[in-house]
Design a protein around this ligand. Structure first.
Ligand SMILES: Cc1cc2nc3c(=O)[nH]c(=O)nc-3n(C[C@H](O)[C@H](O)[C@H](O)COP(=O)(O)O)c2cc1C
Length: 344
């Protein structure tokens, strides 16, 4: 097993078995309350979440976040998650494909996602550390072709690279190279964080170079600083465990850019319940996404568990839409939430 495979295996084990959530900071959704609408005229049965993403029909604005690939365990996990994605028609991302660049042996662990989910949007994934080494689009296009990806996700993870023993915290030229990728690969580019959030200033720069989606992956869910500290068995950087911008704030601020730019806004980072998912959507996210919550559900209750989890969340969201007088998600976004301090 090569070094990257060992790391991927450790990440999976820690995310499933250890408490790697933020310690005191939250994603901030608890500061918001839905405004009950006593004279709702919404027909509950008619609420329908189906929409299109990259010209493919999907049932819910929910994405299984980019997680894994590059180990035997990863292949099994990806195979199962992809079956769920295909069955309930939702998009799914693969984990970092850096491994494919290093070792052809693990190609199957990524390809299995497209094989098991032939008709839904599938996202490729590569880290900023590889993007800064950009010389030609070919090796990135190969990653896209391998899984017939509908979009390529670039994960920006400066905190993780800083704390990882084998990390590479040298991001010189990142934005310039993202711009080259936008122009030179055949699919749209989405940029995501991994749990520290994307500010409005960073989002604007990304949109200016032509990125078509922003996944905020904000603070309050999985702490990748925490994961790396547990891997190193060192608490030296403990003050960074909770580093980042809360998910709710990222969504609220970045959604304001919608008046000037056309892009897809994905709300993620601690989307661990129907309440956090609903508030992310009401604050302006077009899609919500979850990583560790889904992984843990799969580990505990298998594909049936993941399927039920997502379907139940959207049943709950339907009820909240009914109670707030929202016939559809566009209406749900219009002033349906209030900051709690304005009520009490
Ligand atoms: C086991 C695991 C592996 C992950 N690997 C990747 C990855 O390869 N690429 C990536 O962009 N994000 C990766 N992530 C980060 C997630 O996509 C997500 O942004 C982050 O965990 C925050 O979401 P959460 O709070 O729902 O877990 C991984 C997450 C988990 C749990």
């Amino acid at each position: 097993m090569n070094q990257t495979s060992t790391r991927k295996k450790e990440h999976l084990n820690l995310c499933i078995n250890e408490d790697v959530g933020f310690k005191t900071k939250t994603n901030g959704f608890e500061y918001y309350e839905f405004i009950h609408y006593a004279i709702t005229e919404v027909d509950f049965q008619k609420i329908d979440f189906s929409t299109k993403l990259f010209k493919k029909k999907i049932s819910y604005p929910f994405l299984i976040s980019c997680m894994t690939g590059g180990t035997n365990e990863a292949e099994h996990i990806n195979a199962q998650l992809a079956l769920v994605a295909e069955e309930i028609r939702i998009p799914i991302g693969v984990g970092s494909q850096r491994q494919v660049m290093e070792d052809r042996n693990y190609q199957e662990s990524y390809k299995v996602i497209r094989n098991n989910a032939p008709s839904v949007p599938v996202f490729g994934n590569i880290g900023a550390a590889e993007v800064v080494k950009f010389k030609s689009p070919d090796k990135f296009q190969k990653l896209i072709n391998l899984i017939e990806a509908d979009a390529l996700v670039i994960h920006v993870n400066p905190l993780q690279e800083l704390l990882q023993p084998e990390g590479n915290p040298h991001f010189n030229g990142l934005l310039k190279n993202i711009k080259k990728l936008v122009k030179q690969v055949e699919v749209p580019i989405i940029v995501k964080e991994v749990g520290s959030g994307i500010s409005s200033r960073a989002a604007k720069k990304l949109l200016d170079v032509g990125v078509m989606g922003i996944d905020v992956a904000g603070a309050g869910g999985t702490s990748w600083a925490g994961v790396e500290m547990l891997r190193k068995k060192s608490a030296e950087d403990i003050y960074l465990w909770d580093w980042g911008i809360p998910t709710s704030f990222c969504i609220k601020e970045i959604s304001k850019l919608k008046k000037d730019y056309k892009f897809i806004l994905i709300g993620s980072g601690g989307i661990n319940s129907s309440i956090s998912a609903s508030k992310a959507l009401a604050l302006g996210a077009d899609f919500v996404a979850s990583a560790r919550r889904v992984l843990k559900e799969l580990d505990k209750n298998g594909t049936e568990g993941v399927k039920k989890l997502i379907e139940n969340w959207f049943e709950d969201i339907k009820k909240l839409m009914f109670l707030t007088g929202s016939n559809n998600l566009n209406q749900f976004k219009r002033n349906k939430l209030i900051r709690k301090e304005l009520i009490y």
